[in-house]
Design a protein. Structure first.
Length: 158
């Protein structure tokens, strides 16, 4: 049972971020996320700032029907307390205030697809509409055992 919470609605406030936005394949995603997290952490240290929440990955064009997902457009981000200066490909951004659904997932990232499918079905069953692609908030790193990875899965809804 990978989903460990109910699917619920939240009104998510606007959030300042530092992020790296790029295209990648699903196979290169773990390395890209790790590298981006390290570089953004170093940048925050240089700025004498800390995270305002846990890191996230926003999938701008996630399509579960595409098995290889070679051209994922992703935004790998750190929530921060205010607009902070960027450095190279690390740029300030803002996640908009929005209504979302979310659930908590425990387990390997590679096994998350059923959770997304369940959330999509939940949206349809409740008569809502999707308002964008998903976000994953990573509460621990891939250095933990795969069965202990804790992720909040978020989907904007209308």
């Amino acid at each position: 049972m990978p989903r460990i919470s109910d699917i619920a609605v939240l009104d998510q406030p606007r959030q300042f971020t530092l992020c790296v936005r790029t295209q990648t394949s699903v196979h290169k995603l773990p390395e890209l996320i790790g590298d981006s997290y390290r570089r953004m952490s170093d940048h925050l240290i240089d700025l004498n700032h800390y995270l305002a929440d846990v890191p996230f990955v926003h999938f701008h064009n996630l399509d579960l029907r595409q098995p290889n997902m070679q051209n994922l457009e992703v935004e790998i981000g750190f929530p921060v307390i205010a607009t902070l200066p960027g450095k190279a490909d690390i740029q300030p951004s803002i996640l908009p205030a929005q209504r979302v659904i979310f659930c908590m997932y425990l387990g390997p990232y590679r096994d998350m697809e059923p959770v997304y499918e369940e959330m999509i079905q939940w949206v349809a069953n409740k008569g809502r509409r999707s308002a964008g692609n998903g976000y994953e908030y990573h509460y621990n790193s891939s250095q933990h055992p795969a069965n202990e990875l804790l992720t909040k899965v978020v989907m904007p809804v209308g």
